[in-house]
Design a protein around this ligand. Sequence first.
Ligand code: MG
Ligand code: MG
Length: 256
Amino acid sequence: MFFERQVNLKTPADLQIMREAGRINAMVLARVKELLQPGVTTADLNAAAEEVLKSHGSVSPFKGYGRPPFPASITVSINDEMVHGIPQPKRKLKEGDIVSIDCGTIHAGFVADSAFTAGVGQISPEAKHLLEVTEGALYAGIDKMRKGKRTGDVSAAIQKYVESNGLHVTREYTGHGVGKGMHEAPQVPNVGIAGSGLLLKPGMTIALEPMVLIGTHETRVLPDQWTVVSADGSLTAHFEHTVAVTEGEPLILTVL
Ligand code: MG
Ligand code: MG
């Protein structure tokens, strides 16, 4: 079972490097966020992200990842698109869209992974609620990233936060360990049972990433083989941080 795969514990020196990777990743996301205006293309957003990465001598692990190879450094997922949207030169943002941006940064051999969703101009109250609940769920999960807790405590906190706010959380897509690889053990689902799963220890670094849908939890993948959309066309959102378990408070690595 995936949970029993080896978890790579990070040393304090590793964590320092991952913190720097996280800082660069946060700068990329901040730059892209500034550009979320009507008329901007999703390829423009990718180009801006690549400029920031390049200025730090970094690259994104997304580019060339998987089959077919992902062609860009960030994913841009609009409205019913939940994750893994491919940047395109002809796809323009419109007033009222909600846009999820996910980026990874490789710095000195370690990866940081983070995402946010934000509105373009004025968004509906329904969309605003979705964004608030999804971000709140991420922080509910982060609060359980403590020595002595288990991965199931994190999963259950995310699920409970989303469902108690009347929304739905994905079953198929999960948080994950992150370090020298973008995806390491353990897998941390967005639904789960408190008290179950792997024991959290200092030095574990996990990307938590609730993906929330308004209509149902079901999704499908578009023919481009990457873009994941809500099955019913309802709005979706995604927030993610890379977080380290320490002897004390959870340490969010993907902030400025
Ligand atoms: Mg990500
Ligand atoms: Mg991730």
